[in-house]
Design a protein around this ligand. Structure first.
Ligand code: ADP
Length: 177
């Protein structure tokens, strides 16, 4: 169903799945992660703890994704993924690849959960320091490529500020079909 680019608070999105830019602990943190855990409530945290205990004793690897309930939020699921920390990937290209993986694995998981809509925050562009324009191009390319084989999915990019949305818009303008 295509792509929507908007400004807003992702915790309020009425989508089947919202994506959390989590850290490998999957137990909450700052930025969008903190906002999602606050809005989701204790049930979501309990599921995160159970997943850690049963499946991920060493934490969620960078680029991978897991799903929990969205608790008290309007979405049905939260997909927790871990973006790369800029400057800590070995090379810039490796960081690009890991960011693309975070988008791709989130999309695949949403598809497995029978979702027809998914909302992404700007993964890695806050505390993790990924350059915003570069991240925008990777997110855009990864999502567009995936949508070619999954045209039924609506993908929303939700920015916390108009400024961040404008940076994204500008960065992907040349790439828009
Ligand atoms: P990371 O650690 O992956 O960099 P951050 O949470 O620090 O994650 O930042 C990712 C992006 O999420 C930033 O652009 C930040 O402005 C944005 N953000 C923070 N809170 C929200 C929210 N409630 N809704 C949507 N985006 C948000």
């Amino acid at each position: 169903m295509g792509i929507v680019i908007k400004t807003g608070d992702i915790t309020k999105e009425e989508a089947c799945a919202i994506v959390n830019a989590a850290n490998s602990s999957c137990m909450g943190g700052g930025g969008v992660d903190g906002a999602i855990h606050r809005a989701g409530g204790p049930q979501m945290l309990e599921e995160c703890k159970r997943i850690r205990r049963e499946a991920l004793p060493d934490g969620l690897p960078t680029g991978q994704a897991v799903a929990t309930t969205a608790g008290k939020m309007p979405a049905r699921y939260v997909i927790h993924t871990v973006g790369p920390i800029w400057g800590r990937c070995g090379s810039e290209e490796e960081c690009d690849r890991l960011l693309s993986d975070a988008y791709l694995n989130s999309l695949e998981l949403a598809h497995k959960l029978d979702c027809r809509s998914i909302a992404f925050p700007a993964i890695s562009t806050g505390i993790y320091g990924f350059p915003k324009e570069r991240a925008a191009r990777i997110a855009w390319q990864t999502v567009n490529e995936w949508l070619k084989t999954h045209p039924e999915m609506e993908v929303r990019f939700v920015f916390h500020s108009d400024r961040d949305r404008e940076i994204f818009d500008r960065a992907v303008r040349e790439e828009k079909p």
